[in-house]
Design a protein around this ligand. Structure first.
Ligand SMILES: *Cc1c(COP(=O)(O)O)cnc(C)c1O
Length: 422
């Protein structure tokens, strides 16, 4: 296949996948090609868009900030958008978090969290180095994040650069106690440094959910053993699970919380790692060797911070949680048609997200039904991108009932087409 573009796309096998769609515009739940063809964004452009594309309030804030201060070194300098954003973030995050470290993506928020945890134990002079993570977890594609995530096809070539983590079995329904027992055992025998989990739902691992009670109990075990609890809310934050942060549903405050994706409403790359005072205090010293050694060029970029502030203002002034619960209720109605349909299993919903598995023998990420399904959906004007045989819908919060009908109608048709094609 000859391709003229020099662009190398992420998670794309250029030898077999069709050339990428050119997108020229985005508005609300819709993307638009240069020739005016409209595509309904049923996965929020890889889980980042919350209120909708080109939200006017966020766009205006970006424009204003770009004319004021575009970028400034963040060591030795600060600026109003970052100061205000840190204060506001702490006021809406689970109570007890005290400090905010900015970075640029979910992956770096996780790198920062893991470095903060290990740095804390190092500075305390305690030999705790074991990181614990959940089976099927996903925490990003940089090396520490990849190390904490599930191993397999995606990580195999890079195994030499990854470190070992202690793995807990996923708390499948009816087997939750095994997860808690394994955590208790690791905390007891290995004095674990930190546990990192995606609260309530594992996204890239296949939209696997577990109840708030298990999240609560994992947190309780960690607290009892002094193991630092890291909540990776990169996907679950900003309303995805029905509350602003998923941790709220378990009534817990993690020691460290990672947020990114929806932080700017999905408009610009920005991430934040929030910590409790103990984490900051372990790095606070007249001994400069205890500094938290991490930065990136664009740490707390003012334009990105202004976008995040505008996002927070939307949350403050508009009934976003009401929109989210209405969207959830609508999704329950629309997805009901697939319960008992032999083509699907595990029809489920968590907050604003629904998922259902195509009943095929060939599961896993390279499941042959996936590309056929994506192609058939796109031909109908809907952007869907199954994870292996797991089809999921994660729409922007402005998505209407009629738009949902279009999404679920497309799933119905594309599933039949994809199943016929294998
Ligand atoms: C997407 C994701 C990440 C990585 O975020 P990027 O911004 O893509 O680097 C980390 N953790 C979770 C749970 C995610 O869903």
């Amino acid at each position: 296949m000859t391709r003229r573009s020099p662009v190398w796309h992420p998670f794309t096998q250029h030898a077999v996948q069709p050339d990428p769609e050119m997108i020229a515009r985005g508005s609300g739940a819709w993307l638009e090609t240069p020739d005016g063809r409209r595509i309904l964004d049923a996965i929020s452009s890889w889980w980042v868009i919350t209120h909708g594309h080109a939200n006017p309030r966020i766009t205006a804030a970006i424009r204003a900030q770009a004319g004021q201060l575009d970028q400034v070194i963040f060591a030795g300098f600060t600026h109003e958008p970052a100061e205000q954003l840190a204060t506001k973030l702490l006021s809406v995050a689970p109570a007890g978090l005290s400090h905010v470290f900015f970075s640029d993506s979910g992956s770096t928020a996780v790198e920062v969290a893991l470095k903060m945890a290990l740095g804390t134990w190092h500075n305390r002079g305690e030999a705790r180095t074991t990181v614990v993570a959940l089976e099927h977890g996903y925490h990003g594609d940089t090396t520490a994040a990849m190390s904490a995530g599930a191993r397999g096809l995606f990580s195999q070539p890079y195994a030499p650069m990854l470190f070992d983590v202690a793995r807990l079995p996923f708390p499948h329904e009816g087997a939750e106690q095994a997860t808690l027992d394994a955590l208790e055992a690791i905390c007891t025998t290995r004095k674990a440094a930190a546990l990192i989990v995606e609260p309530l739902i594992l996204g890239a691992g296949g939209m696997l959910s577990y109840p708030p009670r298990v999240l609560h109990d994992m947190h309780e075990i960690c607290a009892r053993h002094g193991t630092l609890f890291i909540a990776d809310e990169v996907m679950t934050g900003w309303g995805r699970t029905g509350t602003l942060f998923a941790c709220e549903q378990a009534g817990i405050t993690p020691d460290i919380l990672c947020t990114a994706k929806g932080l700017t409403g999905g408009s610009l790359p920005l991430a934040a790692t929030l910590s409790k005072p103990e984490i900051f205090d372990a790095h606070y010293s007249t001994d400069r060797a205890r500094t938290f050694f991490h930065s990136s060029s664009y740490t707390a970029n003012p334009i990105c911070c202004a976008a995040a502030l505008a996002n927070l203002a939307v949350w403050e002034d508009e009934p976003v949680l009401d929109r989210i619960s209405a969207l959830g209720a609508l999704q329950d109605e629309k997805i009901a048609q697939f319960k008992g349909d032999k083509r699907f299993t595990n029809v489920r919903r968590v907050g604003t997200m629904t998922a259902l598995d195509l009943a095929v023998v060939d599961a896993g990420y390279l499941a042959s039904a996936g590309p056929g399904f994506t192609k058939a959906s796109l031909a109908r004007g809907v952007l869907l991108r199954p994870l292996g045989n797991t089809i999921y819908v994660m729409p922007p919060y402005c998505t209407t009932s009629a738009e949902l009908d279009m999404i679920y109608g497309t799933i119905d048709a594309a599933a039949s087409e994809a199943l016929a094609g294998i």
